[in-house]
Design a protein around this ligand. Structure first.
Ligand SMILES: [Zn+2]
Length: 255
C-alpha cells in the first residue's frame, strides 16, 4: 500500500478531512475527526467528540510514522506534556515500536487511526474531564522512554547509540549482516564476534517475529534520533516520537 492509496481510503472513511497543498516530503490532510470510543464496559467513559486535526503522512508511509497535530482552533486537549501534546501541537501517540508494529502488521491509515489516534484522543479527554489517568501506562519521557520501550519489546536494555546499527543488521539477511562489522565496535564481523550484541541479534533472529522491513524502518527512526542529538546536543532528550517532547505507550479498547 502506498501513502496515496492509504490516504484515498482514509478520506473516503473520514469525510470531514481533506488533502491540503503539501510539501514534497509528506502529504497533509486536515479537518474534522470524530471520536466515539469507550474504555471497557463502563458507559461513563464514553467519549463522543469531534476533533480538528492535521495529519502529516510522510511520502514513504507506511515505512515512516504519521505525525498528528490537534489544530489550535477549537482544540479540546490542553497543550501540555501531561496530556502528551507538545508545544508544536503534535500528539505524542505512544511507543514508536508499538506504532511501527501497528504499521507493519496493517498499513491502512484507517487502522492506524483506530488503533493509535482514537485511543490517544479518548484518553486525553477522559483525563481532562474525569481525571482518569492515561490508562495504558505511560513510558518515561525522552531518552528514558525510548530505552524503556526497547527494553519492554526486546527484553534487554539496549543503549540508544547502538540501536540503529543493531536494528539495521536485523533488517538484513543473515548472510549479508554477518559479513558486516559488529555494532559493538570490536572491529570483528558480526558473524565472528562473541559479544552480547551478537548474541542479542542471533536470539532475535531465532524468534523471527517481525519482518526485516520492520527492523529497517525502526532503525531509520532511531538513526535519525541519534544523529539529531549528535548534530544538535541541545535537543538531547527530545524524542522524535512526533517531533516532540514525550513518548508514551497506548493500548485501549475503542468501539
Ligand atoms: Zn560484537
Amino acid at each position: 500500500m502506498t501513502a496515496m492509496d492509504a490516504i484515498d481510503e482514509f478520506l473516503e472513511a473520514y469525510i470531514g478531512m481533506s488533502l491540503k497543498p503539501s510539501p514534497s516530503d509528506r502529504y497533509i490532510i486536515s479537518g474534522k475527526f470524530p471520536v466515539y470510543a469507550q474504555y471497557g464496559d463502563d458507559s461513563s467513559t464514553l467519549v463522543d467528540k469531534e476533533f480538528h486535526l492535521e495529519i502529516n503522512i510522510p511520502v514513504d508511509y507506511p515505512n515512516a510514522l504519521p505525525i498528528v497535530y490537534e489544530l489550535k482552533q477549537n482544540a479540546l486537549i490542553p497543550t501540555s506534556p501531561e496530556y502528551h501534546k507538545n508545544s508544536d501541537l503534535s500528539l505524542c501517540l505512544g511507543s514508536p515500536l508499538a506504532l511501527f508494529t501497528q504499521l507493519s502488521r496493517n498499513p491502512s491509515l484507517i487502522s492506524f487511526a483506530k488503533a493509535c489516534i482514537v485511543p490517544h484522543l479518548a484518553s486525553a479527554i477522559l483525563k481532562k474531564e474525569k481525571g482518569i489517568p492515561f490508562k495504558q501506562g505511560e513510558l518515561k519521557h525522552y531518552d528514558e522512554g525510548l530505552e524503556e520501550d526497547l527494553a519492554q519489546r526486546f527484553g534487554v536494555k539496549l543503549p540508544l547509540k547502538y540501536v540503529p546499527l543493531i536494528l539495521s543488521r536485523l533488517g538484513e539477511k543473515k548472510g549479508k549482516a554477518n559479513k558486516k562489522p559488529c555494532p559493538c565496535g570490536s572491529g570483528r564481523n558480526l558473524g565472528s564476534c562473541s559479544c552480547s550484541i551478537h548474541r542479542f541479534i542471533s536470539s532475535e533472529r531465532r524468534k523471527a517475529g517481525d519482518s526485516r522491513r520492520f527492523y529497517r524502518n525502526v532503525a531509520r527512526y532511531y538513526d535519525f534520533y541519534v544523529n539529531r542529538q549528535k548534530e544538535n546536543p541541545e535537543v538531547k532528550n527530545k524524542s522524535i516520537a512526533t517531533n516532540s517532547d514525550c513518548v508514551i505507550s497506548l493500548e485501549t479498547n475503542s468501539v
